[in-house]
Design a binder for this molecule. Structure first.
Ligand code: AMP
Ligand code: ZN
Length: 114
């Protein structure tokens, strides 16, 4: 998708610190970390947000969660815990309109979120 910063990161035309990649998903370090571990799990397919998902994406979303669990174990934050956040549209604060899942860990996180 033209003019999509995450598509460009996936293509490699914009640099990012990749920490994981498979055929369907890339994980990068967030440029403005809000926790000691702040990764973005980004499906390679250009999906806008949760409202743009179709039944064909069901397995992809499941895979995002399994990759998150695996990254949590790898980073030793599985027992203490982590948070997965997907912001959809304005009230949630979505700023990049290519679906991504924030992986946050390494500090206590308040509930409810702000
Ligand atoms: P959201 O507000 O949920 O759409 O999240 C977008 C996230 O992308 C924010 O946490 C930004 O800090 C992050 N972000 C934006 N541009 C980049 C980039 N070039 N590399 C890494 N993270 C980015
Ligand atoms: Zn995109």
């Amino acid at each position: 998708m033209d003019n999509c910063i995450f598509c460009k990161i996936i293509e490699g035309t914009i640099p990012a610190k990749k920490v994981y990649e498979d055929e369907e998903i890339v994980a990068i370090e967030d440029i403005k970390p809000e926790a000691p571990h702040h990764l973005l799990l980004i499906p390679k397919k250009h999906i806008v947000n949760a409202l743009d998902l179709t039944p064909a994406d069901d397995a992809l979303v499941g895979r995002v969660y399994r990759v998150a669990a695996s990254l949590a174990r790898e980073r030793g934050v599985d027992e203490r815990g982590f948070r997965i956040v997907q912001n959809t549209n304005a009230d949630a604060g979505q700023s990049v309109f290519h679906i991504h899942f924030h992986f946050l860990a390494g500090r206590h996180m308040a509930w409810p979120p702000g």
